[in-house]
Design a protein around this ligand. Sequence first.
Ligand SMILES: CC(C)(COP(=O)(O)OP(=O)(O)OC[C@H]1O[C@@H](n2cnc3c(N)ncnc32)[C@H](O)[C@@H]1OP(=O)(O)O)[C@@H](O)C(=O)NCCC(=O)NCCS
Length: 156
Amino acid sequence: MEEIIIRKMRPDDLEQVHDLEVVCHPTPWSVTSFRFELENRDAILKVAVSEGRVIGYVCVRTILDVTHLLNIAVLPGARREGVGGMLLRNVLDELKRLKPGICLTLEVREANAAARRLYEKFGFRATGRRKRYYQEPEDDAILMERRGDPPGRPYG
Ligand SMILES: CC(C)(COP(=O)(O)OP(=O)(O)OC[C@H]1O[C@@H](n2cnc3c(N)ncnc32)[C@H](O)[C@@H]1OP(=O)(O)O)[C@@H](O)C(=O)NCCC(=O)NCCS
């Protein structure tokens, strides 16, 4: 694969990001939802870019003393090549610098084995379940949490 750059998402990425979102999620975010997060100073949004094209993105937002992983996706044709991991690592590095020790949480479909494995690889652990949280198709949400990084600890 060509060189992949991880950088901050910009307003002019929104069209490509949304095109990718529609392909990656059964109930996609709107462009307005991405713009809302982009304008929120407590959110961090990154894109993975290859040959000038957005092939992945991640969005987290901190509310009080917890950071929520709200969205992550990689273009189907670019999966299993480390892009999701690069995005997650980049955000974790930034959080470690800006908010040392902060706890991260997320919800993931029980059936989403790829995402659950990715999160486990980066130190998230299942802490609970919300029955029938998702529709289209119906699925339980698995709640996952990652405790803040002690200094110097590698991510896995
Ligand atoms: C989840 C997702 C972002 C992973 O992106 P990716 O670029 O393929 O991830 P990586 O290549 O960095 O994989 C990192 C690790 O995740 C796990 N993983 C990723 N895809 C997997 C799969 N299909 N099956 C099992 N494990 C998988 C593996 O542990 C992998 O490490 P390894 O390759 O050393 O075994 C991608 O599958 C995706 O966009 N899915 C659709 C959107 C989505 O479900 N987002 C999450 C919503 S909560």
